[in-house]
Structures are given as C-alpha cells and as structure tokens.
Write a protein that binds this ligand. Structure first.
Ligand code: DAH
Length: 340
C-alpha cells in the first residue's frame, strides 16, 4: 500500500509550483496513486476492504492537508515576492540634506522629559473639546467677558449635549479631564497644540504649542510653584535663570501670576557677559476652588495646588533667539537645519 511517510517526504522536497502540480498529478489526481489504490481495494474480500478503505481515507486526508498547506505557503511566497518587487523604499532618501528635527519638537521633548523625571503623568489630550471643558470647567462662565480673551474656533460637530465642539483655545481645557481621570493628589502635564482665531504675525499663530501643568496636593505653596518653574527654566534654557513674579489675572487661578525671567548671556557685540531684559515667560497661579469643584474635588480638603500654562513657541523663541515664531512651522529646512 502507498507509504504516507514517503509521500510526505516527497512533498517536502517540492520547491516550486510546477513540482507541486506534478506531485498532485502523481498522488491526488483522479488518476493518481490514491485513487488507483481505492480501485484495487474494491477488488478485495469484504473484511479486508473495510480496513484498507479506512487506512486509505486517512492517508488521503493527511496528504491532501499537507498538499494544501504547501500550496498556501507558495501563494504567500508569491504575494511576498510581489510585495517586495512593488516596494517603495521610503527610507531611501534620508540623507541629512532632506530632513531636520523641528526646534519646537526638541524643546517640547525636553520639557516632557523634565516633568516625567519628576513623576508627572502626561497626556496630549484631545484638540476638539466641549465648551464646558474649554471654559466653564476652568471657571470661565460662557456669559463672562473672559470668554472674549480667546477668539475661539467653533466646529460644526456637536457634543452629546447638542453644543458645538470647539478647538481648544488653551491646554487648560484638559485640567478637568486630568483631575477626573487621575484623581488627587495629582502631578499632571498636558503638552501639545491649541488654536485661536488670530491675525498671524511674528508672535501670533492660529496653531501654537502650550504645556499645561498641574500640581495638586495638601501642602503645596507658591514657593513650590516658583522653585519648580525655575528648575524647569534652568534645565531647558541651560542657564541660571532668575525669576520674578507679578500679579496676573486668570479665572482659573487665585492668586494668579505672571513669571518673568532674565539670565546672563554673552553679548556678541561687546563680547561681555550681560543680564538679559526681563522676559514675560509664563503664567500660572494657585488653582481656583471652582476648578476643583467642577472636577468633583472638595476644595476645603485639597485647596492647595498650582497650575501653569507655558507657551512652547515663546520658550523655544527665547531659547534660540528667534524673532518670528512662524519659522517654527513653515517647514523651511534652511531655518531648521541652521540649528542642527
Ligand atoms: N490658559 C492660559 C492661556 O492660554 C495660560 C494659563 C495661565 C494656564 C494661568 C494656567 C494658568 O494653568 O494658571 O492663556
């Protein structure tokens, strides 16, 4: 009787579609070995017939399965070959002539690394947010003139309450979400984009990068806030930065501050070390009780924490001495590469 092992061994040696077809003709085709054996079986006495029939069926099934598996693997091989032939090698043209890191991305990554090393949780959040998230959850009532501080871009899409979504005008719109998601105490960072309906000029763009930070605990003071901001600025600007705090108004903090910074630098004209001008670098303050309440946190228990909103483009512009922030996003490689 046909030897299954031998047939399988022959199948294993098959290397192409033509040989496989040959194998099929020899073994599995209607005039092949197996059917011939069935024919012989029919001539056997009854008791032998049964036994032989079962064995032959078993051989036929196993061989068919092995044949089909081989056929399948050839098909995959053909597909892969085709794919390889059609492959467009997008990695081919990456000589340093044709790409560059974005300065903004570099600075953002630096800021992210600093806060990650201090165990801040980080999310980019969504750019499309509800009016509640963008305004009311951070204590800006929709009727309040403060809403006019932002020229908001409204979207056609509606949120579940039937209100139009907005493109977030500030990363503060993620405060409510982060507090609800992670609870208190909380150290959280939300870097990424925000949008405003602006007339574009050297210091304004409709899309810009911000970093929102929050630190909520039980004994957090303004001193903690100031020292964390200094740590971060020293690390990003790679300079010993001197900060000054002025009062500033933002509905989501009380008291609110503007932080100004100055640092020593080498004046290229005089060749001497000088102190820079004071630069308004970032706003922040102690989180307003209404913001905590809106996120379901009891302000009597947790009213100690700060938030800040860092303008990435501004920080990057200060770091690299760039006068026009539109350079960051216009994709001009001559600009980006001059800092590589
Ligand atoms: N959301 C403010 C803006 O876009 C920035 C800001 C100010 C964020 C003070 C804060 C803060 O968290 O405390 O202008």
């Amino acid at each position: 009787m046909l030897d299954l092992k031998h047939a399988l061994w022959e199948l294993e040696k098959v290397v192409d579609a033509a040989q496989l077809e040959n194998f099929f003709q020899i073994y599995l085709w209607k005039k092949g070995f197996i059917n011939e054996e069935f024919k012989v079986m029919l001539t056997l006495p009854a008791e032998e017939k049964k036994d032989r029939g079962a064995k032959l069926s078993d051989i036929k099934t196993k061989l068919t399965e092995a044949y089909e598996a081989k056929q399948q693997s050839f098909k995959m091989g053909q597909i892969n070959q085709q794919l390889e032939k059609d492959l467009v090698d997008i990695s081919l043209d990456t000589s340093s002539e044709n790409w560059s890191y974005s300065l903004l991305a570099e600075v953002r990554r630096e800021v992210e690394e600093i806060f990650k090393s201090l165990w801040f949780v980080m999310e980019y959040g969504t750019e499309m947010v509800t009016k509640f998230e963008n305004f009311e959850s951070v204590n800006i009532p929709l009727t309040h003139p403060a809403t006019e501080m932002h020229d908001t871009i409204y979207l056609n899409e509606k949120d579940p309450s039937g209100e139009n979504f907005v493109l977030r005008t500030h990363t503060s719109s993620m405060q409510n979400y982060m507090i609800k998601k992670y609870g208190v105490p909380l150290k959280a960072l939300v870097p990424w984009r925000a949008y405003r309906f602006e007339n574009m000029d050297a210091t304004h763009d409709t899309m810009f990068y911000q970093v929102e930070g929050m630190y909520i605990g039980k004994n957090i003071s303004i001193a903690h806030f100031k020292s964390l901001m200094e740590t971060m600025l020293n690390a990003v600007l790679k300079k010993k930065v001197e900060t000054r705090m002025r009062p500033g108004y933002f509905p989501f903090v009380e008291p609110g501050f503007e932080i100004d910074a100055r640092y020593e630098y080498l004046n290229p004209k005089t060749g001497k070390k000088e102190m820079s001008k004071r630069l308004e670098i970032l706003p922040g303050g102690m989180i307003h009780p209404e913001v905590l309440k809106a996120a379901g946190v009891d302000p009597a228990e947790w009213r100690s924490g700060f938030a800040f909103g860092l303008g990435m483009s501004r920080l990057a512009a200060i770091k690299y001495g760039i006068k026009d922030i539109r350079y960051f996003t216009n994709g001009d490689l001559r600009f980006a590469k001059s800092f590589a």
